[in-house]
Design a protein around this ligand. Structure first.
Ligand code: 4GY
Length: 220
């Protein structure tokens, strides 16, 4: 799968070279291309934003550079084109899986006060929010969405990681421990060292239920 990210701040995306997504790219499981919207402006001073009609604070990203960039990277409209914004439908695991299975993606990152609505109306298929808070731009949300989707692309994670996740059945995760057995007086629960896998599964289910009841009763 190929994910093309359109942004005025391409330097922010070096984070995607690290860790699991970095390896997935080197192993050609996913392809991520960062495209500088500024390269597509027709303005002679390379301007990509302007004052809002109707007044108000801040600047609005112009439709022309965005439209030209999208048409350059996806001329046949073969990709699903997504705009990251707090006004979008909230991202959840089900949406991430659907997008991971749905072919190539183009992600548009807004900045300042947002983008000219005509760029959204003409060029965007779907508006997605990563949560009910406002950031300074869509770059971090585009990285969040890329990370979340990539986990469901074949070969990015070990198959067992996704099996364990689906066994958690919509509950929050049970606690994890590793060596040493004792750290600053706190001891790894005996059951996890017992080798009794039926008892371990039972303990983990109870713990998952308890933490979910405490932090996210809406999930029960
Ligand atoms: N939350 N989910 C989000 C965001 C910042 C103004 C458009 C979010 O997706 N994006 O907070 N984005 C805004 C800032 C321009 C993007």
């Amino acid at each position: 799968m190929k994910i093309t990210i359109l942004t005025l701040f391409p330097e922010m995306f070096s984070a995607l070279e690290a860790s699991i997504l970095g390896r997935a790219q080197r192993e050609k499981k996913i392809q991520i291309e960062i495209v500088d919207i500024r390269a597509y402006t027709e303005d002679k001073h390379l301007k990509c934003d302007d004052y809002p009609f109707g007044g108000g604070a801040g600047m609005v990203m112009m439709a022309q550079p965005i439209g030209s960039a999208i048409e350059a990277v996806d001329p046949e409209h073969g990709a699903r084109r997504i705009y990251l914004s707090p006004k979008g439908k909230r991202l959840d695991q089900e949406t991430a899986i659907r997008l991971a299975e749905g072919g190539d993606l183009v992600l548009l990152c807004g900045h300042y006060e947002g983008v000219d609505q005509r760029a959204v109306d003409l060029f965007i298929d779907e508006e997605i929010s990563i949560g009910d808070y406002v950031l300074t731009g869509g770059e971090l949300p585009a990285m969040v969405l890329t990370d979340c989707i990539s986990r469901y692309v074949e070969g990015v994670l070990s198959p067992q990681s996704l099996v364990d996740e689906s066994f958690s059945e919509g509950l929050l995760e049970y606690p994890h421990y590793t060596r040493p057995v004792e750290y600053r007086g706190l001891v790894v629960p005996e059951v996890l060292r017992s080798g009794n896998h039926a008892e371990i599964d039972k303990w983990r289910r109870e713990q998952a239920r308890a933490i979910t009841a405490k932090n996210r009763p809406d999930l029960l």
